[in-house]
Design a protein. Sequence first.
Length: 192
Amino acid sequence: MSAKTDEIDLLQAARCEDLQYGQIRELSVLGDFEKRVILTLKGAGAHLLQGARGVGKSMLLRSAEIEMDSAFAKDRQLAVYVNFKTSTLLEGVKAGERDAFQLWVNLKILQSLHEKLKQLDLIGQDREQDPYYRVFRIESVDSTTQALQDKIHLLQKLALARGTNKETVLAELGSEFLDCALDTGFLVEIVR
């Protein structure tokens, strides 16, 4: 097997969520039907993609995201893909009296939005440009990236924690942070 064949085999084994833009473009084969689905996904409103695992739902979503990112300067429509592949870990888990799953979902959305804002150079090094500084008092754009990853990881640890370990994880997360992250309305206002 050649190195190129090994590379393609590796890419075919990966989940779409783990691929980079260039890899998605290279691996995507879009017929008329898929192009119509992507056009629909790029339009306003809610859309439901249904199908068995591995049929290409994520690939269509990521393809729509790539197209929207390419046209962002002109259209000013922000496409944010959020990966929920580990979401089942937190179903039914509590963070004190709070729903850990809802906290995790909110943080995953914030994390994906933050990464998209960085990618499109819509937030910079100045803390006033970083909407999360106002919520979490994190000093820089790069610090926000790491802080959100750390908090998401702590929430995932909470799913497996028992007794005093659970209390330690909750203390590390911080009550004030959890309250802010759970208040979806407050977060929507901050992002606007």
